[in-house]
Design a protein around this ligand. Structure first.
Ligand SMILES: Cc1cc2nc3c(=O)[nH]c(=O)nc-3n(C[C@H](O)[C@H](O)[C@H](O)COP(=O)(O)OP(=O)(O)OC[C@H]3O[C@@H](n4cnc5c(N)ncnc54)[C@H](O)[C@@H]3O)c2cc1C
Length: 442
């Protein structure tokens, strides 16, 4: 399809990794879209992001250039013998008890600074595609159209909306509230993290060469993950704490006294304690969406964290958003008129939901294992390493090309069953070109 022939309009809500990836994928399929972002500019929360082979594959299948540009910003481990290692598992107590190596001969460790990834994604999207300062406050579906209202009072109408508005996104409520109200709010994972970032030089001064490669230091109910970012010039630190209490109040980061953080993290090797100088005394609660019974309601569908936010224990959340974007952009690339959008969303839900929800569930299990509290693993670091070496390849070498193929075939079958356009179909394609969006009277 040439984008000038496009007879349907698409809005994406949210310009995080999920929303931007979808926009990139759609552009490659010659499908135009408008992205609405609440923030005044592109922004990235947090520092590092690790992406596995499935994420890189999804990027390449959407747009070769995307994968190539990521290649230029990604950072691996420093020691050549650790290039194929995702993490080294060690005990976090004094002396760093030996654990094991989570690795695969076909795997190459890669992570990036979130800002660098955002820059890459931004550069692949034509200026003007993303409208900033546009916080969506309401969505109304009527006659196979979606009316979007923003905080500034503007209203626009689209044929379909893809919610990429993150874990607390309002599109989740629109899709689930009437049928599955209990699944609207994100659920607490019973863990929170402290985050920090420092220069490689600072980190090495305290912990030596341990700073140069990705490592996860474990002890009961606590964990410490660190890995190089920014071309190896900086180190990203995430400290995990198991929390047996509910998270009360807002689902947002909460400052604590530095002394409280230090007390809480007692028991770590003194080198890790030393690195706490670079960790903010701010608790980030981890929430997830373990059950999402559908990603679609009529002409609104969910993509990325708003659909399947995951605890970060397998570093796989954003990768699932990239996979979503691949499958959805490919089926939307086959849509010829608005009446086929429903089929595209149904197929997307069919293909993507089982895979993404499985990753959410497993990431939570892995959290329990890495906190050394899982009854099957206890504090046996070798057994934990073995389990990770069995589990992670199932995420990394998932057959995305097969998913795309099945999605395209299913879409074609569904469309073949639709009444012929122009002969009694629910929607008729107008000869007049539809504008990409239709601002309504205030
Ligand atoms: C500590 C931690 C570490 C992680 N590490 C990894 C990792 O190593 N690898 C990995 O793959 N994943 C990781 N993840 C997960 C990853 O960060 C997320 O899966 C990913 O960033 C989600 O992207 P998204 O685009 O779906 O949502 P978001 O990044 O949340 O983007 C949503 C966007 O929507 C906008 N928005 C929200 N509401 C509205 C509205 N009403 N109107 C308009 N715009 C709106 C927001 O401003 C935002 O820009 C980690 C997560 C955490 C918490």
């Amino acid at each position: 399809m040439s984008s000038t022939d496009q007879s349907f309009s698409l809005a994406i809500i949210g310009s995080g990794i999920g929303g931007l990836a979808l926009a990139i994928g759609l552009l490659k399929q010659n499908v135009r879209c408008t992205v609405y972002e609440a923030a005044p500019v592109f922004d990235a929360v947090g520092a590092g992001i690790g992406l596995g082979p499935n994420s890189l594959k999804a990027m390449a299948l959407m747009d070769e250039e995307f994968a190539k540009m990521y290649d230029d910003i990604k950072v691996g481990n420093t020691a050549p013998e650790r290039y194929n290692e995702q993490i080294e598992i060690l005990g976090a107590e004094e002396g760093f008890r030996h654990g094991g190596s989570v690795r695969h001969p076909d795997f190459t460790r890669s992570s990036a600074h979130r800002r660098a990834l955002l820059e890459v994604m931004k550069s692949l999207i034509p200026e003007g595609t993303v409208k900033f300062n546009k916080r969506v406050v309401s969505l109304v579906q009527k006659d196979s159209k979606v009316s979007i209202e923003f905080t500034d009072g503007e209203k626009v109408i689209f044929d379909a909306v893809i919610g990429c508005d993150g874990i607390k996104g309002m599109t989740r409520r629109e899709v689930l509230e009437s049928r599955y109200p209990e699944e609207v709010p994100a659920k607490y994972c019973n863990e929170y993290v402290y985050r920090g970032i420092t220069t490689m030089e600072n980190a090495k001064a305290i912990i030596g060469t341990y700073a140069e490669d990705a490592r996860w230091f474990m002890m009961p109910n606590k964990g410490w993950a660190m890995y190089p970012i920014s071309g190896g010039k900086e180190v990203n630190i995430v400290v995990f704490v198991n929390d047996d209490k509910p998270w009360v109040g807002e689902q947002a980061a909460r400052p604590v006294e530095k002394e409280e953080m230090l007390r809480e993290l007692e028991g770590f090797d003194k080198r890790l304690i030393g690195l706490l100088e670079y960790v903010k005394p701010m608790r980030w609660p981890l929430f997830h969406h373990p059950d999402t019974p559908t990603y679609v309601k009529e002409r609104i569908c969910l993509l990325g964290d708003v659909a399947h936010a995951s605890s970060p224990n397998q570093a796989a959340g954003a990768g699932q958003g990239l996979e979503d974007a691949l499958v959805l952009s490919r089926v939307l690339g086959l849509v010829k008129n608005a009446s086929e959008l429903d089929a595209a969303f149904e197929v997307y839900d069919l293909i993507r939901r089982p895979r993404a929800q499985k990753v959410v569930q497993e990431s939570k299990d892995v959290g329990d294992i890495y906190f050394l509290t899982h009854p099957d693993f206890g504090t046996d670091l070798e057994k934990i390493t073995e389990d990770a070496n069995r589990r992670l390849p199932l995420i990394w070498w998932y057959d995305l090309e097969a998913d795309v193929k099945i999605a395209e075939e299913e879409f074609r079958k569904k469309v073949a069953r639709l009444p012929t356009v122009g002969k009694g179909s629910a929607e008729k394609t107008s000869k007049k070109k539809t504008s990409i969006f239709h601002p309504m009277e205030g």
